[in-house]
Design a protein around this ligand. Structure first.
Ligand code: B12
Length: 213
């Protein structure tokens, strides 16, 4: 039964079928599936296939947008179903998608999983400037600043954030964690970020490690 629902989730996202994706998400939850498992094995591979099709010129903007809409809806249903930790553990994170980048599906999953693990998270949304990351971190009294980027052209904003933190004399005050499909550990090292995470689960692990330092 399980592999079938994963396949159905993949197909719904690739087809850009919002109704089908919604129905599969609801059915999966009704059947007691772990929302993260359904995301990891169904919806995320689906949207990755869409990315490959778009990247190789086999799918165009309208198709990409339809698939993204279906993915956003499925993600919202899955995120809402992730059990939330009642007790907050000490650790405050501000997180956002960098300036110039509108991709926020992955970042939203990271936010949900961090909250589910008891961290206090301020979600800054998307198109966040380095200045705003810092301003919000100050206001929220954050320990960690997390940034997401999906475009190679906006990766540089993560570097600018590091530079701005140094300029403001705040590099020691905040730990930084970077993520997003084109981001790597190598990139994190190069720009001086404190951590890199490849997915939401890894994000929780790295945030926990950063707070223990
Ligand atoms: C969906 C999508 C869209 C949607 C986004 C909707 C939304 N609300 O996010 C829409 C249709 C708006 C869109 C627009 C565009 N897109 Co687009 N899009 C995608 C697609 C298919 C999937 C992204 C996604 O949601 N993945 C699923 C999530 C779960 O994965 P994720 O984001 O990587 O996140 C995980 C990890 O990376 C990590 N993570 C992410 N962030 C963070 C942050 C922290 C702190 C941590 C710890 C971890 C972490 O955890 C997440 C969960 O596991 C990708 C292809 C791809 N495979 O990435 C292209 C892709 C990113 N898009 C691309 C392009 C070109 C565009 C457009 C420029 C197209 C155009 N011509 O208009 C515009 C750009 C608009 C803009 N200014 O941002 C290219 C980028 C190419 C490049 N080299 O930069 C890609 C790679 C497609 C391709 N193959 O060409 N897109």
């Amino acid at each position: 039964m399980t592999p079938k629902i994963f396949e159905a989730a993949i197909n719904a996202i690739v087809a850009g079928d919002l109704d089908k994706a919604t129905e599969i998400a609801r059915r999966g939850l009704e059947e007691g599936m772990d929302p993260l498992e359904l995301m990891t094995n169904g919806f995320i591979p689906g949207i990755n296939q869409v990315g490959d099709l778009f990247g190789s010129g086999k799918l165009f903007i309208p198709g990409l947008v339809k698939s993204a809409d279906a993915m956003e809806k499925a993600t919202a249903l899955m995120n809402a179903a992730i059990p939330q930790e009642q007790e907050t553990i000490s650790g405050k994170i501000v997180i956002g998608t960098v300036e110039g980048d509108m991709h926020d599906i992955g970042k939203t999953i990271v936010v949900s999983l961090l909250r589910a693990n008891g961290f206090e998270v301020q979600d800054l949304g998307r198109d966040v400037t380095p200045h705003r990351f810092i301003e919000e971190a100050e206001k929220f009294n954050a320990d960690i600043i997390g940034s997401s980027t999906l475009l190679t052209t906006t990766m540089v904003v993560q570097k600018e954030l590091e530079q701005e933190l140094k300029k403001a004399g705040l590099k020691q005050k905040y730990k930084t964690i970077v993520g997003g499909a084109p981001v790597t550990q190598r990139w994190a090292n190069r720009i001086g970020a404190d951590a890199f995470a490849q997915d939401a689960g890894d994000g929780v692990k790295k945030v926990t490690q950063l707070l223990a330092k």
